[in-house]
Design a protein around this ligand. Structure first.
Ligand code: GTP
Ligand code: ZN
Length: 355
């Protein structure tokens, strides 16, 4: 019923530049490793993954999964002009790629991106930002209590994920403090993959299994237990906290930058991308059609809607509302319509850029 459950739905159109028109891309069938476009210049460039970004310095990983794998620091070549380089990007490097102390490589190209998670300017931040590139899953972390969960906040994360064609997974923490059943009813209509976690019973295996072979961006509001969760999933994440960057002389975590960690299992690895700095998601850039696209069953019915139908609760003759009222979507239809309406409304209530 949703595109993330229908494999035949994944096309192979990809995009390169941060571009409104090209943005409606589908998940890359090659998963978290997008192809890097080869261009004639810098033939000797090496390809690398951007692990984190810190004030113009990029921590990158070279020769991933080989004995030569190494982290090094890079700057951005001036020829990239204003093109953003973000965590998760696949880039081409030239210069000193030895990774030895005090060396700096140079990023000369940014590979095509399979997805781009971004947020619009909003009341907390005047600038539109790209949060992460090439993630194919979003783990939305929300506490069952302390802080009290709010469905509207989760809705905003879900909208950002669906718009970027990133599969959302809901992770409820602190289930030792409260029973999340009632809260979860809010999402009954969305076929959402849900995992629950509580003090002393973090389901590491259950979560890790979902991370292998994927690049998963973790989002959540302060205090929900996201760091606790990431540290439990990635034992060396904690160690990375104390590590000092050779070039800047600062710890990796002294800023609120987005960081990448690898989850390893005997049958594969995955990437966890933690976003400590993300406090809110402005949704002004979101096209409501992308929300409808995530509900494949509703999208089919919407073909019968009047032209220009908003599908919102006040939309006259909306075929979706009529189908639900007629029982066409079965018992869960009302919950499904309700969640769809809520997601649409969070887009509608988000200020548009320039307003
Ligand atoms: N009772 C209970 N407390 C938890 C659980 N997980 C985390 N905590 C506590 O919640 C508090 C916040 O946890 P963090 O992991 O720092 O939360 P965070 O989401 O990373 O928050 P920021 O660091 O502010 O971004 C800490 O005191 C944790 O010990 C849980 O499952 N149950
Ligand atoms: Zn409609």
């Amino acid at each position: 019923m949703s595109w993330w459950e229908t494999p035949e739905n994944t096309g192979d159109d990809e995009f390169d530049e941060y571009d409104e028109a090209a943005f409606r891309a589908r998940p890359n069938p090659k998963g978290s490793r997008p192809r890097t476009k080869q261009r004639p210049e810098h033939k000797d460039a090496l390809s690398a993954r951007v692990l984190s970004v810190d004030r113009g310095r990029y921590l990158v990983l070279l020769d991933e999964d080989t004995p030569e794998e190494r982290e090094l620091t890079a700057t951005r070549a001036s020829q990239l002009r204003r093109k953003a380089v973000v965590t998760g990007d696949q880039v081409d490097l030239v210069g000193d790629t030895s990774g030895e102390d005090g060396t700096l490589a140079r990023i000369v190209r940014v590979g095509e991106r399979s997805t781009l998670l971004r947020r619009s300017a909003d009341d907390t931040d005047q600038v539109e930002r790209i949060i992460v590139a090439n993630a194919d899953q979003m783990v939305v972390v929300v506490a069952a209590a302390n802080p009290e969960p709010r469905a509207r906040l989760v809705d905003r994360y879900l909208v950002a994920a669906l718009d970027a064609r990133i599969k959302p997974i809901l992770c409820i923490t602190k289930t030792d403090l409260a029973d999340p059943t009632e809260f979860l009813e809010n999402f009954a209509g969305l076929d959402l993959d849900v995992v629950t976690s509580g003090s002393g019973s973090i389901p590491i295996d259950e979560i890790t299994e979902r991370l292998v072979g994927h690049s998963s961006v973790f989002v959540g509001h302060s205090g929900v237990g996201k760091s606790t969760l990431v540290n439990a999933l990635v034992p060396d994440a904690r160690r990375a906290i104390g590590r000092v960057n050779d070039v800047t002389g600062r710890g990796r975590h002294t800023s609120s930058s987005t960081e990448s960690y690898r989850v390893r299992t005997p049958h594969g690895s995955g990437w966890v991308i933690d976003t400590p700095g993300v406090r809110s998601f402005g949704l002004g850039h979101v096209d409501p059609a992308n929300i409808l696209g995530a509900y494949t069953d509703l999208a089919d019915i919407a073909e019968r809607c009047p032209r220009g139908c908003t599908h919102l609760p006040d939309a006259p003759d909306c075929a979706i509302a009529e189908a639900v009222a007629d029982g066409e979507l079965g018992e869960g239809g009302a919950a499904r319509l309700d969640s769809f309406h809520r997601l649409l409304q969070s887009v509608a209530s988000s200020p548009k850029l320039g307003e």
